[in-house]
Design a protein around this ligand. Structure first.
Ligand SMILES: NC(=O)c1ccc[n+]([C@@H]2O[C@H](COP(=O)([O-])OP(=O)(O)OC[C@H]3O[C@@H](n4cnc5c(N)ncnc54)[C@H](OP(=O)(O)O)[C@@H]3O)[C@@H](O)[C@H]2O)c1
Length: 310
């Protein structure tokens, strides 16, 4: 929920995805609604992972640690979480007994999509988690899917793991929030940025590539903001940069960082799996949801790529 700039001081606007206004609430009521009840307990799955651990870090600065539980596949690897005084429970998507046990007493569950390489396995794992959440009395489930995945899916016969997982969540009857994440900016790591700086040329496969990509830090901040607000009802957020960038912009940023010219050149001899992968995604649609949730602009491209050129 966000204030309307210059709007009626007694009301706030509620946004959902696609920047559509879905309603207004009275400000005084909304403030009360927003505060997380001290009775609410939040479990985050995949908490040992890169996104999960960043969400934990952000969440613990917003709500008492006693309300946060980290769900991890390997409790042995979760020492860094225990050191933050966060309770750790074993959550293995392949072991239903761990799910039943871990979800006891949980009111909100953030399901971080599985990192398994087979989408059929991922879907079965997600369905197992959703079933266990329902059985255990979880009230609200949040799911990290992929931004604008609907646009690349035939809605009459969806075959995309994220769309199918979202469908399973809707069918479960639980309250839901879909956090549809953009393609992580990490993909630039396979583009040969260091080589581009040395040679003065960023060489990519031909195409009208446009990217709404952002880093996990921004996505984690937005996820924590959503988790820390009580908020009833079902919501969908498309968590992307508000404007796209392209390889020409990337070459300009490399030029600035390197302090020497780097130009962009397309070459149809470039063969890399990343292009086939990206061509199946909608990386060009944008939304203001991420910035609104973060309450600040997305991290600039220049800052996001530094990690990949050192
Ligand atoms: N938007 C994008 O561009 C993009 C790119 C890549 C991936 N993703 C998706 O986003 C998710 C989160 O990203 P990330 O960077 O945090 O990935 P990550 O660092 O690989 O973390 C994934 C987490 O999932 C856990 N996990 C895997 N299988 C599990 C199982 N059977 N039961 C319970 N937990 C399991 C892993 O546990 P362990 O620590 O025990 O391995 C790990 O902690 C990924 O899992 C993937 O679905 C999105």
């Amino acid at each position: 929920m966000f204030s309307i700039p210059g709007g009626c001081p007694q009301t706030e606007i509620i946004y959902s995805s696609w920047n559509m206004t879905v309603g207004y609430v009275k400000k005084s009521d909304s403030n009360k609604e927003r505060m997380l009840s001290p009775m609410t307990t939040i479990l985050i799955t995949g908490a040992n992972g890169q996104l999960g651990s960043l969400i934990l870090e952000n969440l613990r600065s917003r709500i008492p640690v006693g309300q946060i539980i980290a769900g991890v596949r390997s409790v042995e690897q979760a020492t860094f979480i225990r050191e933050q005084e966060i309770e750790v429970r074993k959550v293995d998507y392949d072991l239903p007994e761990t799910l039943n046990e871990a979800f006891r007493g949980i009111s909100r569950l953030l399901l971080i999509s599985s990192s398994h390489t087979d989408d059929n396995v991922r879907l079965s794992q997600h369905r197992r988690v959703i079933d266990a959440a329902k059985r255990s009395g979880v009230r609200h489930i949040l799911y990290t899917g992929f931004a604008f995945s609907q646009r690349t899916t035939d809605q009459s016969k969806p075959d995309n793991v994220h769309t199918l997982t979202e469908q399973a969540i809707i069918e479960s009857g639980l309250e839901y929030t879909f956090l549809r994440n953009a393609l992580y900016i990490d993909f630039v790591g396979v583009l040969g940025l260091k080589e581009a700086i040395s040679s003065g040329e960023l060489v990519t496969a031909p195409g009208e590539w446009k990217f709404n990509s952002v880093g996990r830090r921004d996505l984690a901040l937005a996820a924590a903001a959503v988790l820390a607000e009580e908020g009833a009802g079902n919501r969908i957020y498309e968590l992307t940069a508000p404007q796209t960038w392209d390889f020409g912009d990337l070459a300009e940023v490399l030029t600035e960082v390197a302090g020497k010219p780097v130009v962009h050149r397309q070459d149809d001899g470039i063969q890399h799996w990343i292009y086939a992968f990206m061509s199946k995604l909608d990386t060009a649609s944008t939304s203001g949801d991420l910035e609104r949730l973060m309450g600040r602009p997305v991290t600039p491209l220049r800052d996001s790529i530094l990690l990949f050129i050192v």
